[in-house]
Write a protein of this length. Structure first.
Length: 138
């Protein structure tokens, strides 16, 4: 993977870039992420905040508490509604992006499934990925 990763929302109003390869990629199956994605899990790509540049547009933010009690700030396009960013107040200096917002989503290569205790029975997870009942810190 190269050192320049770009992405944005469906309508193109918001564009971003990262000047480094991702630091982590994984699937979160917690209820907060399920609600935020409208799906079975959040495919998250983690970068350091200092590597981030917002090139165009301004996301709208929604704040909630996660299953683990963290303050989650989710950024999305105010026009098309595309989910873009996740910032965790208790983990300063990082920014997660939704894999679907990457210009090249095929770059997404998850290394684990977390919060599988909240996964739905119809959520067919890859048997090749390690599973964690809660966070990866177990």
């Amino acid at each position: 993977m190269g050192d320049l990763i770009t992405g944005g929302c469906a309508c193109g109003i918001i564009r971003y870039r990262f000047d480094h390869s991702p630091r982590y990629m994984g699937n979160c199956h917690c209820r907060d992420c399920q609600r935020a994605t409208g799906s079975a899990y959040f495919p998250g790509v983690l970068f350091l905040e200092k590597e981030f540049s917002l090139l165009r547009g301004e996301p709208k933010w929604y704040e909630s508490k996660s299953d683990a009690g963290n303050t989650m700030r989710r950024g999305f396009c105010p026009d098309c509604g595309s989910p873009l960013f996740l910032m965790i107040a208790e983990r300063d200096g990082i920014r997660l992006v939704y894999a679907s917002s990457l210009d090249d989503p095929s770059l997404y290569k998850p290394i684990r499934d977390i919060f599988v205790s909240s996964a739905h029975s119809w959520d067919l997870m890859s048997p090749d990925l390690p599973k964690y009942e809660r966070g990866a810190e177990e």
